[in-house]
Design a protein around this ligand. Structure first.
Ligand code: NAD
Length: 333
């Protein structure tokens, strides 16, 4: 069990309080090793060193538009991340923020570096080009005393890590094929996730998807009957497996189906790792997620497992940038 020097749980903040941020708050509530003390959305932040109440914070966010309106613990701010980070003590943050534009997460990382804050950051970034931007500042993260774990959601994240483990049976990896099925009842609960998925559709990119109004997104989903089907996506699982020395990035493919009108998964999420054993046999390991597990469970669970692993590194003064394919997540009790 990881408990800090004064025998206190790890103080965790969640940046971004949409679909994933709210699920993250609920996941942390029963934990003993972590305490949820901080959150920020685009209009404000909330902090309480003894822990925030997820139901109250979620209700405030829904009823009043921002967690900054929370009566006792809220602060309205146009620079919510900056103000929270410099004014309050947090050991590690889960960045449940949209990466819109595609440079946003790297900009947030730069903000942390400039603020002088030291601790652990974990993201659930998706695009290869977004991880490449973080690679460019890895020396700065290290010098700043920040332990940053990137790509720690479901894909990239849980499935990439599973591929890294499965690869150990082989002498050579031929392909890693990730296929995801996501079912959500209503696209508006995960607006950024859906916009970022639309950005992978032909005729769209990150900027066009970002610029779409909610009505335009709804109209597009009306045309597709709520389904977004994607293949050969730009997904950072490829660069993460390449950096981990497992295979070249062109052997990794990612695609899937998102149903925005039904919480039931349209297909079972899985990763298939094909390779050649030392005896010359070609085989495929397949790791399939349980259909009952939601996107939120498969993203936020691993994110906190990696945050706990990051805290262990940070306490050993190991700082810099790591990916979900090179560090084992630790289970948070
Ligand atoms: P969302 O749209 O539901 O919520 C985004 C939140 O971020 C909102 O609370 C918003 O107020 C806040 N925000 C936006 N700009 C901000 C700013 N400048 N400062 C502070 N807060 C700001 O988002 P979501 O659907 O929960 O998705 C979050 C991210 O998670 C997306 O980037 C998505 O791609 C990623 N994701 C990753 C995986 C994975 O498996 N790796 C899976 C699903 C989603």
């Amino acid at each position: 069990m990881i408990i800090d020097k004064v025998n206190q749980p790890i103080k965790v903040g969640v940046l971004g309080f949409g679909g994933l941020g709210q699920a993250a708050a609920k996941i942390l509530a029963p934990k003993g090793e972590m305490i949820w003390v901080a959150a920020a959305d685009h209009q404000g932040y909330a902090y309480n060193s003894l822990g925030l109440n997820p139901d109250l914070v979620i209700k405030t966010c829904r009823d009043r538009g921002s967690i900054g309106h929370l009566d006792a613990d809220g602060t309205l701010s146009k620079n919510s991340i900056q103000d929270l980070v410099v004014n309050h003590s947090v050991d590690g943050y889960f960045l449940a923020l949209p990466n819109l534009p595609n440079t946003f997460m790297a900009d947030v990382a730069q903000q942390f570096i400039k603020s002088g804050w030291q601790g652990v950051l974990v993201d659930a970034l998706k695009r290869t080009s977004a991880v490449e931007q973080l690679l460019e500042i890895q020396d700065d993260l290290q010098a700043a005393g920040i332990t940053y774990l990137t790509g720690c959601g479901a894909t990239p994240g849980l499935l990439t890590a599973a591929a890294a483990v499965a690869a150990q049976s082989y002498a050579e990896i031929h392909s890693v094929k990730i296929t995801f099925g996501v079912g959500i009842a209503n696209w508006e609960a995960y607006k950024s996730t859906i916009r970022e998925d639309i950005a992978h559709m032909s005729e769209y990119d990150v900027e066009t998807a970002r610029a779409m109004t909610d009505d335009e997104v709804s109209a597009l989903l009306d045309k597709t009957n709520g389904i977004i089907a994607l293949e050969n996506m730009e997904h950072a699982d490829d660069i993460m497996l390449e950096l981990a020395g497992i295979c070249d990035r062109d052997r990794v493919t990612v695609g899937g189906v998102v149903d925005t009108r039904n919480p039931k998964k349209p297909l079972s999420t899985n990763v298939a790792i094909t390779g050649r054993t030392f005896e010359g046999k070609i085989s495929t390991h397949t790791f399939t997620l349980g259909d009952e597990t939601s996107m939120a469970a498969n993203v936020c669970g691993p994110a906190f497992g990696y945050l706990k692993a990051g805290i262990a590194l940070q306490r050993r003064k190991v700082t810099g940038l790591f990916t979900a394919a090179e560090i084992m997540p630790q289970f948070v009790n």
